[in-house]
Every structure is written in C-alpha cells, then in structure tokens.
Design a binder for this molecule. Structure first.
Ligand code: SF4
Length: 485
C-alpha cells in the first residue's frame, strides 16, 4: 500500500551527491563514464534507485554530485498524485536544461506519453522496476568504460551491500512489487501491476547481508506488506535447516532473528496480522506498526473500496473481526495493545474524499479519539487522473477539506502530545541519526525515519547508528527530549 502522502508530501529531489557520499560509491579512473540521479517519491522508489545505481557501479560507472559532472542524468519519477507528477515533470525539465541527456524511469514512466508530450527530448522512458531497461538506456547514452580495471570492480562492496541512498545504519527492505487491491483513489496497480512477492529466501539473504554490513534497522516496505506471498501461494523454501514460507508472519519471525530493529510499514490489517503482535512483545520485531487506515466511516471506506470494506466479517485469531468494520477494528486495536503494551500505531488518513459528509468526518474524529492512534498523517483528498474515485459524486469543496484537515490535525496533535508526555521519566532505547553541535538527534522504537518525530539527546561520545538508552526529560506535540542514561 503506498503511503498516500509519502509519494507526494515527502517527494523531494535527492541531492545527487548522496550516492557518492552515502555509499562510498565508485571512484574509478578519470575516464569512467559518469551518471547523475534525481530520485523522487516514496521509499519504494528509493529502493529502485539503489538497485539501478548498484548495477551501474558494478559496471564501472561513476556518480556525479551535480548536473555539470554527469554524462547523463536519470530521473526516477513519482506518479501517484498529480502534484507529484508535476514535481517529476519539473525535475525532468530542470535536468534537461542543466544537462541535456536525460533518462526517465519510475511510476510516471508507466505512461510515457505524459512525459514525452511535454519533454520530447528525453532519451528514454521506462516504467517502475524496469531496472534492466534503465541500465540499457544508460549504456546507449554513455557506453560503459572498456577500462578493464573499472569493469572488474566487484558487484558489491566488501560489506556485501549494494548502493544505499539511506544513511548507513538503516535500510529499506522491499519485499514485493504491485498490489492486488483496487482502492478507488489509487492508480498504483495500473502503474506497478498486481502483487509479485520476492521469494522469502531472497529477502532474508538481503536482510542478512545488510545487517552484516552494519545496518541496525530494517524498514520493511511494499504496497501491501501483509499480503506478502499470496501470489506465490506462500511458497515454502529451505532456510537455515528449517522451512520458511513466503508469508508475512514467517518473514517477520525470521527477520526477528537477525538482531536488528525490524520496522513494519504499509501493513493492511488483514486478520492474520494479529499474530505479529506477540513477536513485537517478545522484542523480535519493533513494537511499531504502520497501518494506512485512510478513514473510519464505513460508507467512506466502502466508496474507497478498501479491502474488506462492506464485506462479511470473518473471525480473526483474537476473536475480533476483519478491517472495514471499524468498531471491530477498535476492538482489535485494544487487543493488540493488550498483547503488546508498548505498541506505537502509525497511520494515514484522507479527508474530503468524494461523498464524505460532516457525519462521516465526525465519525472519523470520534474513532480517532477512541483508537488513540499514536502517529497520524492527514491528507486532503486530491483527484488523481485515472482513479475511479473521480467518478464518485459529491466532491467536497476545498475550503471544507481545509477545515476538516485542521480539525483532524488539532485532535491528532492533542493525542500525540498526551502520549509523548507519558514517556517523560522513562528510559528508552534510541537510535542516533545525526550529530549536531549541541547534541544528537535520534529516534525511539516508536519513530520511523522521515515520517515520525525524533528525540533530541544530550550526551557525549555517540556516533550515527549507536543504540543507547536515553532518559526522557521532556516532550512537545511530536518530539521528545532526553539525556543519555
Ligand atoms: S490499491 Fe489500495 S492497497 Fe493497493 S497500493 Fe493502492 S491504496 Fe494501497
């Protein structure tokens, strides 16, 4: 499930110096062909960028921190919302102006004509996860070097990790592509196709390599994480003297053995998800779950065509019923918190969906109050070209969307502030992300990078990626303050 807003709200042009500085990327001879990269969109797109760069580095390409130094520029686009498409088109235009040789890939590439009618001079356009086609386009634009010393570079660094665009201490682990659902506001399935899960042993081997290479936190991502393996009929594989199925719970259990923080994103609350909270309580998986609820009103969820909405409700293992029935979802949330008292629930919501009445919206606020969602993002509905939701009657005027957005965020701030206040006086493990002149910035187990809050830590002698116990001394609406215990 794409984070409805991540694609748009955090879409930003990556500093093209990142590949080189963050990864110690190729530093071949001066004659090596050089590539620049602009990566837009969500963590899933970032993983695609990492894969393309890893392949190019293996072939001896260098990376440039600026347009001038690049022989060709790859723009990895986001096409989830119209605002993200506009940003992608602007980035392509900038790369064409500044460099001239531009290869386009990513979600927007699923409809090449949307790009070529505005930017006819791009060298090639390919869709999401078409890594080979992107690499071929680079070959055509700037052939790989014939210098044998460059070509003999190992595929991966000694630490066994390909190029990462995230800091060294955390990494996104993409477990599948595409999605079998057809939510009415979403065009991801038309861009990325139906669900295709990676074999579990491939995912586990990658996770193990990352952890051996120094990664302390694995962020599991996909469009629909809890549907993992459905397309393979949960194909089993031998792994370390046991059989592991290509299945959400098996994957979580095995990742929990690697000794890293394991954070689960984009988990749709299918009934079998209930099983994971025991693993969280055992400390195998972080007590954190990112569930994109999107709304609470049954009629809005039905119009959104969210999985399970409007269907009969089978029993789950905790005796509560499936998602879509929001009162039962509240019971499930209570049951999850009973199994795992330290649980942080993160979610995203859309307000102003076509047909959303004041009554629907008030239902959402009441549900939020009851559910006490720890971290929530709220987004005003934006019509996406090609989405079925555009055909739904009852468009909500912009000023009402705006007003609902502020009412939602005011309530969420109150919930968040109260929940963070409860942490004052506790000692919590914190992973250090950055070092500053006056202290450190880190995250508790309840905070994902980029999207959640952080902890401002005073102390000495820490470095990026350290996990330390921090005594929490203060809190505001979103962040915590503390000192090394
Ligand atoms: S169709 Fe629904 S579940 Fe699938 S990616 Fe889109 S929003 Fe997520």
């Amino acid at each position: 499930m794409p984070d409805y807003k991540t694609s748009a709200m955090t879409a930003k042009k990556k500093d093209t110096s990142k590949p080189q500085s963050a990864t110690g990327a190729a530093t071949g001879a001066a004659t090596a062909p050089t590539v620049g990269l602009v990566s837009l969109g969500c963590p899933k797109a970032l993983v695609d960028s990492e894969r393309i760069l890893t392949q190019l580095r293996a072939e001896g390409y260098k990376f440039s921190p600026d347009y001038d130094g690049a022989d060709v520029v790859i723009v990895n686009t986001c096409g989830f919302l119209d605002s993200a498409k506009e940003e992608s088109l602007n980035a392509i235009g900038e790369a064409l102006n500044e460099n001239g040789k531009v290869i386009v890939t990513g979600c927007m590439g699923a409809k090449p004509e949307d790009i070529t009618k505005i930017h006819p001079k791009v060298l090639s356009v390919t869709g999401p996860h078409q890594y080979e086609a992107v690499v071929e386009a680079v070959h055509a634009a700037v052939p790989p070097s014939q210098n044998k010393f460059i070509n003999l570079m190992p595929q991966q660094k000694e630490d066994g990790i390909g190029i990462k665009l995230t800091p060294r201490h955390y990494a996104y682990l993409k477990i599948s592509e595409g999605c079998n659902n057809r939510c009415s506001f979403c065009i991801i399935p038309s861009l990325r196709g139906d669900l295709v899960s990676r074999p579990v042993i491939q995912v586990l081997a990658e996770a193990e390599r990352l952890v051996k290479g120094g990664v302390k936190e694995l962020l599991v991502i996909s469009q629909d994480t809890s549907a993992y393996g459905v397309d393979t009929k949960y194909q089993p594989y031998p792994w370390k003297n046991r059989t592991v199925r290509t299945k959400f719970i098996d994957l979580c259990r095995e990742l929990g053995e690697l000794g890293a923080w394991v954070r689960l994103h984009y988990v749709y609350p299918y009934p079998h998800v209930d099983e994971v909270f025991e693993l969280m309580n055992q400390g195998k998986v972080l007590p954190y779950i990112d569930i994109p609820f999107q709304h609470a009103s049954p009629s809005v969820l039905k119009a959104m065509k969210r999985p399970g909405a409007g269907k009969p409700a089978p029993k789950s293992i905790l005796g509560a019923e499936r998602a879509g029935n929001q009162e039962k979802t509240l019971e499930r949330i209570k049951a999850w918190r009973k199994v795992c008292p330290d649980l942080t629930i993160r979610s995203t919501f859309i307000v102003g969906f076509p047909g959303e009445t004041e009554e629907d919206f008030q239902f959402l606020l009441d549900w939020m109050q009851e559910a006490q969602i720890d971290r929530a993002g709220c987004f005003k509905y934006e019509a996406v070209k090609g989405a079925k939701a555009n055909e739904i009657a009852g468009a909500v005027p912009e000023e009402i969307k705006e007003e609902r957005f502020h009412r939602f965020m005011t309530l969420q701030q109150e919930i968040s502030a109260a929940k963070l206040k409860e942490k004052i006086g506790k000692t919590l493990p914190v992973i250090i992300d950055e070092m500053g002149a006056e202290g450190y910035t880190g995250r508790t187990q309840g905070d994902a990078p980029e999207i959640d809050g952080c902890v401002y830590v005073t102390g000495k002698g820490l470095k990026q990626g350290d996990i330390v116990n921090v005594k929490i001394t203060g809190a505001d609406e979103y962040d915590l303050f503390g000192e090394v215990a």
